[in-house]
Design a protein around this ligand. Structure first.
Ligand code: SF4
Ligand code: SF4
Length: 346
C-alpha cells in the first residue's frame, strides 16, 4: 500500500519563511511552535519531567481559541503538539483541525494509546503527521513507559494510522544504558511498516524527572550516538532528523543552542527560556527572542545546558547555521531535510 509522505510544500514554505525573516534583518525567530494544551498524561514514563513539573495544573485544559492564538502570535509555520498526552485533551480534534485548516504543518506527539479514538475526528491531511513515542522494542519500550502492553498498542495505532492514510513518524529518546541493537531493531521495524521517519534525540536531564540517573552527559551521548548512528547499521533505515544534526549527535560538529527556534506555550504561558527549561512563564512570546536572554543560556553559559543536545536547541541550530554555509544548505536540500527543525518533544 502506498504511504503518505512529507509534502514538498513544507520545505518550500519553511525556506521562504526563513528567507523573509532574514531579509527583514530578524536574527532570532521561531521555526516550530511547541504547543502543550495540557500536561496530564495516561502514562508515567520514568524519564518524564513534565508530569511532575506541572503537577499543580494537571487538570488545566487550554481552550481552543487560546491554543490557536498562541500559534498565531509565534508565527512559525510548523506546530508540534505535545504535553502531557495531547489525545486526552477533550478538544484536541478541534485544535488540530483548526490549525490544519489554517495550513500550519502540525506534528501531534502521542504515546499512541488513544490515537485510534482521536483519528475518528481528525481526517488525514498533508498538513498533519502523528508522531508516536517509541523508545525501543516491546520489552524496552514497556520498561521506559513503566507499563506492560503499551508497545503493542502503540504499534497497532501506527498500523491503523498508516492504513488510514495519515502521515506517521516516530520519536525515540535515548537514555543511559540503551540497547543499541534494540534501537536498530525498532528503526527497522518502523521503516518496514512504512513510517515517514524515525526521530531520535538524547533525553534532557529534567530536574523534575523521577530517575535522573537515566540521562546521558554530553560525552556519553556522543559515544552512544556513534554506535546508534553507525552508517553501516542505519543504512536503509528511515531516520527523520537532518544529516547535520545526526553529525552533531555523533560528535562530528559543534553548534551553539538556538532554542528560540522552538518557543513552547503551555497552560501557564510561554516557557522562558526554552522547551526543557522554564525559569519563568511569560505571556508575550517576543520575550523569548531577546538578545540579552540568549547571552545567559546555551552551552558554556548555564550549567544546566552542559549536557543538552536536544532537537529544539541544536537541530534548529544546524538550519540557522546552514543559511551562511552554502555547502551545508545543499546537504539539507539534497536530503530533503530543510523542514526537519527540531519538531518533537523528547
Ligand atoms: S514522556 Fe510523554 S507519554 Fe510519557 S509520561 Fe511524559 S508526557 Fe506522558
Ligand atoms: S542548551 Fe538550549 S535548549 Fe538546552 S537547556 Fe540550554 S537553553 Fe535550553
Amino acid at each position: 500500500m502506498k504511504r503518505a509522505t512529507r509534502p514538498m510544500e513544507l520545505s518550500v514554505r519553511l525556506a521562504w519563511y526563513m528567507l523573509k525573516n532574514r531579509l527583514t534583518g530578524r536574527r532570532r525567530f521561531p521555526l516550530v511552535t511547541m504547543l502543550e494544551p495540557l500536561e496530564m498524561c495516561n502514562l508515567a514514563c520514568i524519564g518524564c519531567g513534565r508530569i511532575h513539573e506541572y503537577r499543580s495544573v494537571m487538570d488545566k485544559m487550554m481552550p481552543v481559541e487560546e491554543a490557536v492564538n498562541a500559534v498565531k502570535s509565534s508565527g512559525a509555520p510548523i506546530v508540534s503538539i505535545a504535553g502531557g498526552e495531547p489525545t486526552i485533551h477533550p478538544k484536541i480534534d478541534e485544535i488540530i483541525n483548526e490549525l490544519v485548516r489554517r495550513r500550519y504543518f502540525v506534528y501531534c506527539c502521542t504515546n499512541g494509546l488513544l490515537l485510534e479514538r482521536v483519528m475518528k475526528k481528525v481526517p488525514p491531511s498533508k498538513y498533519l503527521s502523528w508522531v508516536v513515542h517509541m523508545d525501543g522494542m516491546e520489552d524496552k519500550h514497556d520498561e521506559f513507559v513503566a507499563r506492560k502492553g503499551v508497545f503493542r498498542r502503540a504499534r497497532q495505532a501506527i498500523e491503523a494510522a498508516l492504513d488510514g492514510g495519515y502521515r506517521v513518524c516516530t520519536n525515540t529518546t535515548i537514555f543511559r544504558g540503551c540497547d543499541v541493537e534494540d534501537i536498530h531493531a525498532l528503526f527497522k521495524d518502523m521503516t518496514e511498516m512504512g513510517v515517514e521517519g524515525c526521530m531520535v534525540s538524547p533525553g534532557y536531564d529534567y530536574e523534575h524527572a523521577p530517575d535522573r540517573d537515566l540521562f546521558l552527559t554530553r560525552k556519553e551521548s556522543r559515544a552512544a550516538f556513534k554506535e546508534i548512528l553507525d552508517e553501516s547499521k542505519v543504512e536503509g533505515l528511515k531516520l527523520y532528523n537532518n544529516p547535520l544534526y545526526l553529525n552533531f549527535l555523533r560528535g562530528e560538529r559543534e553548534y551553539q543552542c538556538t532554542a528560540y527556534s522552538n518557543p513552547t506555550y503551555t497552560v501557564m504561558g510561554w516557557r522562558k527560556p526554552c522547551y526543557p527549561l522554564a525559569d519563568e512563564h511569560v505571556q508575550d512570546v517576543k520575550q523569548l527572542f531577546d538578545k540579552d536572554l540568549w547571552e545567559k543560556y546555551g552551552v558554556g553559559k548555564d550549567p544546566r545546558c552542559a549536557g543538552c543536545m536536544m532537537h529544539c536547541g541544536f537541530e534548529s541550530a544546524t538550519i540557522f547555521n546552514a543559511i551562511s554555509s552554502p555547502k551545508d544548505w545543499v546537504t539539507l536540500i539534497k536530503s530533503g531535510a530543510v523542514s526537519k527543525s527540531g519538531i518533537t518533544a523528547a
